[in-house]
Design a protein around this ligand. Sequence first.
Ligand code: 3H9
Length: 699
Amino acid sequence: MSDATSINDVISLERVGEIALVRIDNPPVNASAQPVRQGLIDAVTAANADDAVKVIAIYAAGRTFVAGADIREFGKTPLEPSLPDTINTIEASEKPVISAPHGTALGGGLEICMGTHARVGVKGLRVGLPEINLGLLPGAGGTQRGPRLMGMKHTLDMSLGGTMVPGETAAEWGLIDKIEDGEPRDVALKAAQDVLDGTLETRRTSELPVEVDKAALEDARAMVAKKMSNLASAPMVIDAVERSTGDVKEGMKFERECFMDLLKNAPSTRGMIHAFFAERAVSKIPEAKATPREIKKIGVIGGGTMGSGIATSALNAGFEVRLIEVADEALERGTGTITKNLEGAVKRGKSTEAKMKDALDRLSPSTDMDSLSDVDLVIEAVFEDMSVKKDIFTNLDRICKKGAILASNTSYLDIDEIASVTSRREDVIGLHFFSPAHIMKLLEVVVADKTAPEVVATGFNLAKKMKKIAVRAGVCDGFIGNRILAYYGKTAGYLMEDGASPEQIDTALENFGFAMGPFKVGDLAGLDIGWANRKRMNATRPNEERYVRIHDKICEEGWYGRKTGKGFYIYDDEGIRPNPEALEIIDKERAAKGITPRDFTDQEIVDRYMTAMISEAARVVEEGIALRPIDVDAVFLFGYGFPRFRGGPLKYADEVGAKEVVRRIEEYAKDDSYYWKVPDILRRMAGKGETFEDLNKEG
Ligand code: 3H9
C-alpha cells in the first residue's frame, strides 16, 4: 500500500511510510451508515495485516467528522456490522489506532473516537452526545467509555444535556488528548507520527478504570425526575453510566439493549426523531431553487412588541434596520423596547456589550415613511385592521424602490387582498413572526397567489439568517398555526362550559407535555387579543356554531390575564391561583345555558383537545395550506410549545391511528355535529390504513 486505495465508496486507505490513514468520506455529515462501518472494519483489518504499517489514523473528508449514526437507518432492519461491533473491532486492533476529528464529532462519531487509542482534535472541533435529542441514549459505548475518559459527571452532563462542547473543553476533561491546528489529514498524520516517536500515548479506553461519582448520579436522577420525565431514554442514560464501573462488556450489552428497546418501543423516541426531521424537512419547498434577492436594509413599520421584536431579530442577524412609527413618542417606545431586548440577551450571556452597540448603530428610527425608499425589504407590523394595512401598502407601493419586498406580519388577514392595492403583487408576501419575535423560532412564510418564487426563497433565506425555522403556508384565515389554534381553542371552551375547570384542563394538558395549558397561555398573551379577534369574526360566525361567552365576560370585567393581575387565574405576590370570580362567571354561564356540569377524566380532556387539533390540521393539509403534514408539526413544535417528544400533532395522530381519530370525531359529533366533522382526508386514510408519515414521504 503506498497510494490511497478505495476500501469501498466511502472509506479509503492510504499508506504514508509506517502510517495507514483511513479516510471517511460520506457526505453531507459522514454519518456512520453501513458502508462506513463495514469500510472501517475492513480498513483497520487490512492495515493490521500490512507488516509495513505501525500505526493507523482515522480522519474524515468534508465539513465534519462523523456526526453520528445514520438516523435514516433507524426503525429499519439493523444492518451488520453494528456500530458497537465496529468500534470494538477498532479498539481491539493490535496496532495503535488514533483519530483526528474535525468540525463536529457527535454521537456515534464521538463514540468512534472514544474507541480509538488516542484522540487529537482539529482546532474548531466541537463534540457531543446528542442522542438524547432524538429520544435515545448513546448506543455504541458512549455511556461506558465516556466515564473512563472524562468521568461520570461530564458523561452524564453531556449525554443528558445533548449540547456540543468545544474541543478545548473536552481536552480539559480528558476526553480528547489535545487540539492541533491544520487540515484533518495533516493533523492525523502528525498525531500518528507522534505515536511512532513516543510523544503521544495510546491506550484502550475499555481497559481504563472508572471512579464512581455518587453525587453526579444522584443529581442527574433528581434533574431527570424534575425536568425530563417525558423522555423514556433519560433514566436509561443514568442507569447505563452507573453500570460503567462493572464489566465493560456487560455495560455495553445493557446500553445496547436500552438503545434497541427505545428504537422499537418508545413513542417518545419516535417523536423526537420526527421532530429532528421536521426541522429540516420544512426547507424543502417548490421555490427552493429560486435565487433569493439580496437584503441589506430592512424597514419595520410599527414599534409595538411585535415590530420591536422583529427589528431586534433583524439587527441580531446583521441587517440595517429602519424603524417607522407615526409619532416621536411611539418611536421612542419602540427604540426602548429594542434596546431592552438587546440588553436582555447580554444579561443572559447570549450577546455582548460590543455586539449590542454594533446592533444599535445599525438602527435608524424615523417617523417619515418616505425614508423607506432605499430599503430592500419592508415588514409591516401594525395592528390587525385591513383598511390600515391597505393604506400602508398603497403608500409602500409608491415609496419603495423597484424589487423591494413588501411583507406583512399579519396573523390572520388575507395577503392577496393586501397585495391587491399594489402594482407589484409578485413582491408581496406574508412573514408571520411569533411573539416575542426575537426569541421564537418559527416564521410562517405566507405565499400569496402572485408572490414570485424568488420572494419566497428570500423569506426562507431571511429566516435562516435570523436563526429561525421557516414554514411555507398558503393564504387562509390564520394560515397554518393560528387557523388550527382558533379551531381547537374552542374545544377548551366547550370542556370548560360542560364541567371541567380551567385548572383541570391546563393540568391535564401540561401532563400531556405542553409547557402551559391553554388558559394559562391566554392569560399570558392577554385575553383581550382573542377578544378582539372574536369581535372581528362576530359578523361572519354561523348561527349553528356553539359559542362560549365566558372569555368575553371575563374581558368585560377588565381582566385580561397577567398584565391586569387577573384572568382565569390571579397573579400576585402569593403566586398563581385560580380566580374564584372567573369560576363564578363560569357557573353563571352554565346555568344561563341550562348546562348541568359533568365530570371529565384528564384523558377525555386530552383526547377531545388533541382530536380537535388533529382534525383542523388534517384540513389544513388537505387544502394545501401546509405543503405536508410534517410542516404542520414543525409549526406547532417551534411556534406553539407542542411537546417535542410527541413529534407534533400529526405525528401524534399517527400514534393514535386515523381509524381511532375518526371514531372519536364520530362519537363527539353525537353532541355537536356542527363542530365535529370527519375531514375527508382522515376518512380516506382510515379506510386505506394510511398514516400522515406516508403522505410526508409522497412529498
Ligand atoms: C447516534 O449517533 C447513535 C449512536 O450513539 C449509536 C448508534 C448505534 N444521519 O443539520 P444539517 C442530514 S444518534 C443522517 O442541515 P448543519 C440532515 O438531515 C445520532 N442524516 O447541517 C440534512 O439532510 P438534508 C447523533 C443526517 O451543517 C443534512 O445532513 N447525532 C444526520 O446545519 C445536513 O444537516 C446527531 O444527532 C445523521 N446523523 O449541521 C447529530 N445528521 O440536507 C445530528 C444530519 O437532506 N446532526 N443529517 O435535509 C446535527 O446536529 C447537524 O446535522 C450537524 C450539521 C451539526 C452535524
